[in-house]
Design a protein around this ligand. Structure first.
Ligand code: IPE
Ligand code: IPE
Ligand code: MG
Length: 262
């Protein structure tokens, strides 16, 4: 992979002989990725952190393309957490600009490849121009989509659960919902991810063994895969490694392996 931001966008998938093309194992319906390590990638090369984020955008393109090629239903990317606002101002501003650039640059490619954008997170907290661009592309990319690209921006799992709880409380208060009728599906319907499946596989790059407030509810039974590779170095080869490992896992959902065998 190159990290050249000037590559001409083309509507067609460019994957042919590459590893995803020869991968013949199982493909999860939904992969979620905690894209981590951009800052370290840049620091190791004596570059400002924002250069790492820019390089990470190339990995995003490669992985989106590979997942679409594999006919995945949903790919979720963790781009900015509710905690990331506490970073230096110039990094936060640089990231918001990068999201604007991504949406503008990838618009035709996403639409042309039947990919629908859905942003999860508190969008009210985003700059208005970015929010408008997100909503424009969400609306433009709805029809005939084969894959959903779910991007978590200003997303926090706790914020999502608090928001859901508040809105359930309001429904009870308005007499629209009986507290005895509240079950897991009620909560799910009030999450940002309502109507979309939970991730089968959660990948984290850069070796950190933590969840960092990502999809707290939704990843209850996700398989986890952590690679030491920093996000800007993550590519289709790494994705195939994760898929192979996922394919070897036995998901038991609380049952015994004997039960699963029979
Ligand atoms: C992930 O890379 C991107 C965001 C959180 C926005 P980092 O910026 O966290 O990179 P490291 O962890 O500092 O290397
Ligand atoms: C998690 O990465 C958030 C995103 C990838 C957007 P962080 O780098 O913010 O997580 P911590 O601070 O190391 O837990
Ligand atoms: Mg990090």
């Amino acid at each position: 992979m190159t990290h050249d931001d000037s590559t001409d966008p083309s509507l067609d998938l460019t994957i042919d002989e590459r590893p995803v093309a020869s991968y013949d194992g199982g493909v999860p319906g939904h992969i979620a990725i905690i894209m981590d390590g951009n800052g370290r990638w840049a620091s190791r090369q004596d570059m400002p952190r924002i250069r790492g984020h820019r390089a990470g955008a190339s990995s995003v393109r490669a992985v989106v393309e590979a997942c679409r090629y594999l006919q995945m239903d949903v790919l979720t990317l963790y781009a900015f957490s509710t905690e990331n606002w506490s970073r230096p101002d110039d990094e936060v501003t640089g990231l918001m600009t990068l999201f604007d650039v991504y949406i503008e640059r990838e618009r035709e490619r996403l639409i042309g490849n039947d990919i629908r954008l859905q942003v999860i997170g508190d969008r009210e907290g985003l700059p208005a121009t970015l929010r408008d661009a997100i909503e424009e592309l969400e609306a433009a990319s709805v029809e005939d989509a084969e894959m959903t690209l779910q991007v978590a921006i200003n997303y926090g799992g706790r914020e999502e659960l608090v928001r859901a709880t508040r809105s359930i409380g309001e429904a009870v208060d308005a007499g629209e919902l009986d507290p005895d009728a509240i079950d897991e599906s009620t909560l799910e319907e009030h999450l940002y991810t309502a109507g979309r499946p939970d991730p089968d596989l959660v990948v984290r790059t850069s070796g950190e063994m933590r969840i960092s407030n990502f999809l707290l509810w939704q990843m209850a039974y996700s398989e986890l895969f952590v690679t030491e590779t920093l996000w800007p170095d993550f590519n289709e080869y790494e994705l195939v490694d994760a898929l192979r490992e996922f394919d070897d896992r036995e998901r038991r959902f609380g049952q015994t392996d004997q039960q699963l065998d029979s």
